[in-house]
Design a protein around this ligand. Structure first.
Ligand code: BES
Ligand code: MN
Ligand code: ZN
Length: 496
């Protein structure tokens, strides 16, 4: 990956050099520190010519303005300050980073155009936006001779009044940034490079941050009777792995929170094989596992005061002489039997064993699973919200609130006995698909059958984990969706 933004904080200097970023509100009002640079008249003239009015996320680029100490002035619009939402400082950071282009160094005069101070959290959010925007996945592109078309690092000095508080808020959020970029890297990585074993190895590296790692291999999974998960893996020459990650940042007796991720490193559909068009996207079918791994990284890096467990199920869904067939019946870890109707509905089979295992072994406060589970959720919600399903209103509401503050939005869809009935089977306790109708809901109902009484939520991230819209804070195919949302959920409600 390339992670371009090298960020540091400093008190505003009187004479910044190089590329300088300032902010303008409606009618191109500049803040006091920007005015002190003596650029107000210049910006006013250029703004009039360029039709720049200080609208939120608009930018104005002045190369080598005459009579100034610096080479370039970038003006970023904030829009009406009363309209700015919490998540907008993040977007402004992304916008500023995007406007830097090929600059090698930049100074950001971070202030509100009305002169009021940013909080340390807003400042850190701004820096986070810059980090996220600075990411690109270009490790497989051969650099041109002059290296001109590949991203180069840029040294960024964020000048704020009180740099101490901002720096410490950023110390914590930069760990979250690392978690998001890790999740993006895992999703972008092709499946020939990142199989179940390799993914488990990457998750294992979290031990450097103090995360306890357990890697379960095929024998262990057999001993645990995880036949639903193993059935998905059996058509692949690459053996499955389950990784349990534990971050013990709370008191020993604190009940843990638990996150579970679908990690299908590639989903061909198996014997119910998928059409060729777009199948390459199924290298991202481990987006849930990537988000859980990125989240564990974030929690450990910022030393969250909570006990958290991350569990990921890593398998490859392939057609093969030994692959599972439609009509096969498997007995899941908890003893329930499943008739496989469609081998392409594999994610729920992996999750069935993992939620049962998690609840039994860890008795968590809640379980949240993340999965690129259904194409149907993209039909329902597009790429703007993840589908949220929950057995518990308080947990659903907490997730909704974390979505509003981070911009990783969720929308709740219903569960209920009428939907549950759609997965009853003629031959077994249940079948692994309903009909065409309510495809995302029947997927969720399936997982729910393996949860006993622990508060549980399921996030269907098929639309948001990959090929999500290009935004101020992400230009990459993989978004790293879920890391910031769940970090926020923990921070706001589950730390001591
Ligand atoms: N991994 C897919 C879902 C998916 C589709 C994720 C598009 C991202 C983008 C999942 O395993 C799947 O194949 N689901 C089937 C379920 C069906 C067989 C009931 C689907 O959505 O078609
Ligand atoms: Mn599938
Ligand atoms: Zn899948």
């Amino acid at each position: 990956m390339s992670d371009r933004a090298r960020i540091s904080f400093a008190k505003p200097a009187t004479k910044p050099a190089g590329t300088v970023v300032v902010f303008a509100g409606p009618d191109v009002t500049l803040g006091p520190a920007a005015r002190a640079l003596g650029v107000a008249a210049l910006v006013e003239r250029a703004a009039a010519t360029a039709g720049f009015a200080g609208k939120a996320m608009a930018t104005l680029d002045l190369i080598a303005p005459a009579d100034t100490e610096f080479d370039r002035l970038v003006v970023v619009g904030t829009g009406k300050l009363s309209d700015l939402k919490e998540k907008d400082w993040l977007r402004l950071g992304g916008t500023a980073m995007g406007a830097l282009g090929k600059a090698k160094a930049a100074t950001v005069i971070l202030e509100r155009p009305d002169g009021r101070k940013l909080t340390a959290d807003q400042t850190a959010d701004f820096a986070l936006g810059m980090r996220l925007r600075g990411y690109s996945f270009d490790k497989y592109k051969t650099p041109k001779v002059d290296n001109g078309d590949l991203a180069q690092p840029v040294d960024i000095t964020i000048a704020v009044g009180e740099s101490g508080a901002a720096r410490s808020a950023w110390t914590s959020l930069s760990g979250v940034a690392d978690g998001v970029l890790l999740a993006r890297d895992l999703v972008n990585e092709p499946a020939n490079v990142l199989g179940p074993v390799e993914f488990a190895g990457r998750a294992g590296e979290l031990s450097k941050l103090g995360v306890e790692i357990e890697i379960l291999g095929e024998k262990d999974l057999k001993k645990l009777n995880m036949a639903a998960l193993l059935g998905v893996a059996q058509g692949s020459v690459r053996p499955p792995r389950v990784v349990v990650m534990r971050w013990n940042g709370g008191k020993a007796k604190d009940q843990p929170v638990c996150f579970i991720g679908k990690g299908v490193v590639f989903d061909t559909g198996g014997i119910s094989i998928k059409p060729a068009a777009g199948m390459e996207d199924m290298k991202g079918d481990m987006g849930g596992a990537a988000a859980v791994t990125g989240l564990m990284h974030a929690l450990a890096a910022r030393k969250a005061k909570t006990n958290a467990i991350g569990i990921i199920g890593l398998v490859e869904n392939m057609p093969d002489g030994n692959a599972q067939r439609p009509g096969d019946i498997v007995t899941a870890m908890d003893g329930k039997t499943i008739e496989i109707i469609n081998t392409d509905a594999e994610g729920r089979l992996v999750l069935a064993d993992l939620v049962a295992y998690a609840e039994d072994r860890f008795k968590p406060r809640f379980m949240i699973d993340l999965a690129t589970l259904t194409g149907a959720v993209i039909i329902a919600l597009g790429h703007f919200h993840a589908g949220l399903f929950a057995s518990d209103d308080a947990l659903a509401n907490a997730l909704f609130a974390a979505g509003e503050s981070t911009g990783e939005l969720v929308w709740r869809l219903p569960l209920g006995p009428d939907y549950d009935k759609l997965i009853d089977s003629k031959f077994a306790d249940m079948k692994n698909i309903g009909g065409r109708a309510a495809g995302s809901i029947t997927g969720a109902q399936f997982i729910k059958r393996f949860v006993k009484d622990t508060p549980w939520a399921h996030l269907d991230i098929a639309g948001t984990a990959m090929e999500s819209p290009q935004t101020e804070i992400n230009k990459s195919w993989a978004s790293g969706w879920g890391v910031r949302l769940l970090d926020r959920l923990v921070r706001d409600g589950f730390e001591r």
